[in-house]
Design a protein around this ligand. Structure first.
Ligand code: FES
Ligand SMILES: [Fe+2]
Length: 350
């Protein structure tokens, strides 16, 4: 959670909708989400970043707002006629918390609760996410459609080809050479699959050192899943590597034994997508663990770059219009589901 204490705040811009949000934890510990716009003449109140405050002051004419969003002070108030400060607080956005995530709903009246939206996954992760810390984050604007960007992460057998040098033998092994997923689950709107680890993996020198001093993350995996909540490795596969969860429409999470990645996809236009990625992992206790964790973090970054590359190449090629349809295998059923949910949502049926 990026707003851990009373008064902690951060700015979250959503260029897709030309919005800027101000997320803040109040004195009552409640996290609220406001439009980051001054009620006087619409200035962006906090330009960017995060921090801790007791009050938000607009730098244009000095109006200020409490961390509960209420308008506290109108400067030169007697010059404003018929102005009711009680009606001029920051405009709040509907939000709900799930584990350490803040979900927003831009509708004035959400048509369902977050629990309904998440379905069976709602209660399956306990406090798993709270025990980890952020170890890396980055943003990239990719020249590709957001569907292609999401799709690049919701199927995994491409690791055999696309990631053959960065993660050569990190999945499958002798008993599963095609790297089939041991489990794919389709929910109403979302889906989740498990990736198979490789019990025959041969550790290269750097991996051996990293594995000696810290926990296994990626491209080698800790098969011991004892104590993990029910939503993680849901089929309890004994060669499990990690899960990939698509929260429709625009978030994908990779969830391993002691790490997870949070990826969001914000369309900028039909051919451009802002992708953000945050990597989280176990809290280290000593220098050895820190070095080990850094090694694995760098491996994730390299794999990720390869994924971004195909989004652009695929988008450019498909833009020719030469191909009327793409072909999807059973291993790609999550992609089929993504497009089915998109269609149903567009038709107002979901
Ligand atoms: S626009 Fe904010 S005080 Fe004027
Ligand atoms: Fe990939």
């Amino acid at each position: 959670m990026d707003a851990p204490e009373k008064g902690s705040y951060f700015v979250y811009d959503i260029p897709t909708f030309k919005l800027s949000l101000l997320v803040v934890r109040g004195q009552d510990e409640k996290v609220r989400v406001f439009h980051n716009i001054c009620r006087h003449r619409g200035n962006k109140i906090i330009r960017e970043g995060s921090g801790k405050k007791t009050v938000f002051t607009c730098n244009f004419h000095g109006w200020n707002f409490g961390i509960d969003g209420k308008l506290r002070n109108i400067t030169d108030a007697k010059e404003f006629e018929n102005c009711d400060p009680d009606q001029l607080g920051l405009i709040e956005v509907n939000s709900e918390i799930w584990n350490s995530f803040i979900f927003i709903n831009l509708a004035e009246k959400p048509h369902c609760s977050l629990q309904e939206w998440l379905g069976p996954m709602f209660s399956q992760y306990n406090d798993y996410f709270e025990h980890q810390e952020k170890v890396a984050s980055f943003k990239a604007v990719v020249h590709g459609n957001w569907h292609l960007a999401v799709n690049a992460f919701t199927e995994g057998y491409h690791t055999l080809y696309l990631h053959k040098s960065t993660a050569r033998d990190y999945q499958g092994g002798k008993t599963n050479p095609d790297r089939h997923r041991p489990q794919i689950e389709i929910f109403d709107r979302h889906h989740r699959y498990s990736a198979p680890g490789n019990p025959d993996k041969i550790f290269v020198r750097g991996e051996k050192i990293a594995a000696k001093y810290g926990r296994l993350m990626i491209p080698a995996f800790d098969f011991n899943t004892e104590g993990l909540p029910p939503g993680i490795n849901p089929s309890k596969n004994d060669k499990w590597a990690f899960d990939v969860v698509e929260f429709f429409p625009n978030m994908v999470m990779l969830i391993g034994n002691c790490w997870h990645n949070e990826i969001t996809y914000w369309p900028l236009d039909e051919g451009k997508t802002l992708i953000t990625n945050q990597a989280w992992a176990y809290k280290t206790k000593n220098l050895g663990e820190r070095i080990s964790r850094s090694y694995f973090r760098a491996r994730v970054r390299d794999v990720f770059r390869e994924d971004l590359n195909t989004i652009e190449a695929q988008h450019a090629a498909l833009s020719s219009g030469v191909m009327k349809e793409v072909i999807l295998s059973r291993q790609e059923m999550a992609l089929r589901h993504h497009y089915k949910v998109t269609r149903l949502m567009m038709e107002g049926k979901l």
